[in-house]
Design a protein around this ligand. Structure first.
Ligand code: ZN
Length: 480
């Protein structure tokens, strides 16, 4: 069982050192993709100070056992870098499994939910974001973006920023927006869209107030008009100018399903990737959610311009949007990260499960023409999926300090027990393969910025039960 030696109760103390000791396996995701049996990790000041093989620790670092503030015995754990969630709408946790749209495709699903979301209030966003973040942290995600694009009744992006501070997750808050309502040919009702000038002004304020670009930053801001069918070309162009003036990233939805493609063809007379090229929405500072229906010229464009994609397999299956040609994209050197997407189109925020689904769905893609390959299960190995969920996500969010377990990187780690029921018989053969192939479990420990957020399966930042209770009250109020 775990040996737990806690000298300091305050894990946020500046010089706190934590030792992850003698792990069953560390899947580092480093440049050599090392998997270390019996390895150890020393954490200091929120960063990884050293990674030891079993031999290195024995010969040069045993003294640490009596010197550090906390030792986490990891003999029964697989340690991975904290996974990175690249697309989410956390407020949608309030409308999970909402019966009237359970079986709807994207556009009718949105039309059914816009009037509900129009009733959102700031306290609902705060609680829903806390729920979503806690869920992510417990499933092995340590950095998440969130795309909040609806601002009724005084809702503000700062409602979700406050939730990130309360949960301890590393956060990329994207200032979403909608400006083209039904009267102008858009999808959302007019009462939930905003004035474009106000959107840009508020986005600029948020960047100036909150964006932190430093190594180890806990908060980035990105600029994120919602989609081709909810904002104008003008807002897209102005958003790109604003983002580039401040060196922040750009995010939107693109090519999600056939209706989305048809809308862009009809309204803008081009494909979605031609549209974003025209708007200057390509480059290594841009990531697009979904891109399920990306075509061959689009893949080439994204490869040349180093534009990233947030792949959301569960949402794409739930809404029957289609299958992303993941293997084709990776083979074309397009960077792909994973997103759990909004909790009303998933209906979960389990990052490990999302990686598992990405692996399984890519294998099914064999049957999808013209992108299908004949390789079948080799389309996506468990290790490929883990790479996409960690380093792929870090690159998608433009972070050079997360996504791998290596010296100098942020101490963002997920520890999964290898001796559990779901892993029985699997982790014996191959703990890394078993993590993705066996049923997805929750972490035993999650560390963010060197701070223990989940400890022996317990979420530490606050009590979950009252927050969940409040969340359910709000969910009911919202739909009545
Ligand atoms: Zn989305």
């Amino acid at each position: 069982m775990n040996k737990f030696n806690l000298k300091s109760l305050n894990s946020s103390t500046t010089m706190t050192q934590i030792l992850i000791h003698q792990a069953h396996c560390i899947a580092t995701q480093d440049d050599q993709d090392r998997e270390l049996k019996g390895g150890s990790i020393l954490i200091e000041n929120g960063l990884i100070k050293e990674v030891y093989t079993a031999d290195q620790f024995q010969t040069s670092a045993k003294h640490l056992l009596s010197e550090v503030d906390q030792v986490i015995d990891a003999r029964h754990h697989l340690v991975i870098p904290g996974m990175v969630n690249c697309h989410h709408h956390m407020v949608q946790s309030l409308t999970r499994a909402y019966l009237p749209v359970q079986n709807a495709e994207l556009f009718s699903w949105l039309r059914g939910l816009y009037p509900i979301w129009a009733n959102l209030r700031p306290e609902m966003v705060q609680v829903a974001s806390k729920v979503a973040m806690a869920e992510l942290l417990m499933s092995g995600c340590t950095t998440s973006s969130d795309h909040l694009y609806i601002y009724p009744n005084g809702v503000n992006l700062e409602d979700s920023i406050e939730a990130a501070k309360a949960t301890g997750i590393r956060f990329v808050a994207t200032r979403g927006s909608m400006s083209v309502g039904q009267s102008k040919g858009g999808l959302p009702p007019d009462r939930v869209v905003e004035n474009e000038e106000a959107i840009l002004k508020e986005t600029q304020r948020l960047i100036e107030k909150w964006h932190d670009a430093q190594h180890g930053s806990m908060l980035n801001i990105a600029v994120a008009p919602c989609s081709p069918f909810t904002v104008s070309e003008g807002l897209m162009k102005e958003s790109a100018k604003l983002a580039r003036a401040y060196g922040v990233r750009l995010h939107t939805h693109l090519a999600e399903n056939d209706h989305d493609i048809a809308y862009t063809l009809e309204k803008f007379n081009c494909t979605p990737t031609q549209y974003v090229e025209k708007l200057d929405w390509v480059g290594d500072d841009v990531w697009h959610a979904h891109c399920v229906k990306i075509d061959a010229p689009g893949i080439a464009l994204f490869s040349q311009t180093k534009t990233s994609i947030a792949h959301c397999p569960c949402s794409n299956m739930r809404l029957a949007s289609g299958i992303l040609p993941l293997r084709k994209l990776l083979d074309a050197q397009v960077n792909v990260g994973l997103g759990v997407d909004g909790s009303a189109s998933n209906d979960g925020a389990h990052m490990l499960s999302e990686a598992r689904q990405a692996m399984l769905l890519a294998r099914v893609a064999k049957s999808l023409e013209p992108f299908g390959c004949d390789t079948g299960p080799q389309e996506m190995t468990p290790r490929d999926a883990l790479r996409v969920a960690t380093r792929g996500g870090a690159q998608t969010l433009g972070r050079q300090d997360i996504g791998q377990i290596a010296k100098g990187y942020c101490a963002d780690l997920a520890l999964f027990r290898t001796d559990t029921l779901p892993m029985a018989g699997g982790s014996i053969h191959d703990p890394v393969g078993a993590l993705l192939l066996c049923s997805s479990q929750l972490t035993d420990y999650t560390l963010v910025n060197g701070k223990v957020v989940v400890e022996r399966g317990v979420f530490k930042p606050f009590e979950l039960e009252p927050v969940t209770h409040k969340h359910n009250e709000f969910a009911l109020a919202l739909t009545q």
